[in-house]
Design a binder for this molecule. Sequence first.
Ligand SMILES: [Zn+2]
Ligand SMILES: [Zn+2]
Length: 293
Amino acid sequence: MPVAKHSYEQVASQISELREKRDDLQTILESFEDIFKEQYETGQSFQPALTGLDFTSCKKKHFDGVPFINSKNVSITWERLDALAKKICDITRPLAESGESEVENFLKLLSESPERWHDAILTGILEDRSPLKELAESTHIGYDTLIFISTQSLTPFIEKYAERLREYIDGNVWLKGSCPVCGSEPLMGRLEEENGKRHLQCYLCRTNWEFARLECPFCDNNDLKKLRYFFDEDNKHHRVELCDQCKSYIKILDTREVGDRFSLVVENLATLPLDVIAKRDGFTRDTNRLFGL
Ligand SMILES: [Zn+2]
Ligand SMILES: [Zn+2]
């Protein structure tokens, strides 16, 4: 069974607790506190159209290694998506620094021809990045900025679909490192308190699923000679697992040390200094690329 996700209230109190302790992350934490609030409110007002989903095909998709949702079987309320994207731009503009003109270019696109973004976003995020790559190039928005705004804006909508689909996940059948619901990469992982099993959490729809303990989620490498990890001596419950085969990394929270009260969306922010170390050592991630990290 997938791990129950943390409520918005838990996320909000975790982030405000963290703000009191971490001077080094003030601006980022403040921004994400606002982003999580806006995402929550957008999600609360969205009812997914389930008519496009064929629940009876979930089992077959699972066996075939295909995620439950795709760009064709979800529908988004575009006005709500646009409204959330505008708010995310306002919140992140002070952080964007050199990317400020990119944010302005995105807002220009949104007011002049939002349909160009709408045409690219579902395929671009759920299946193949090329429509968003092309859009970024032709509008001078910047690829990382466009991906960030697109994923953060889409999250509450896809999360609402995911809430209806998670019960169909079977950890004995789905053995992949990508999300069984939406096909996206994991944001982070956690080692479970009771049994030490590893669960990954999707960066887009925030679904949790079980994944092999000693295998790279990005390239399926399970050669132990090419897998290693490091941790911060002061925070041994946070570790970074590295794959020498594909040069990717994933951050892991060891809940056996600290219990299960921490949400990974906040832990991801608390551990940003670990991303800096991993990236300095030549490891990369497709997600987590904002703020020059
Ligand atoms: Zn997902
Ligand atoms: Zn790998």
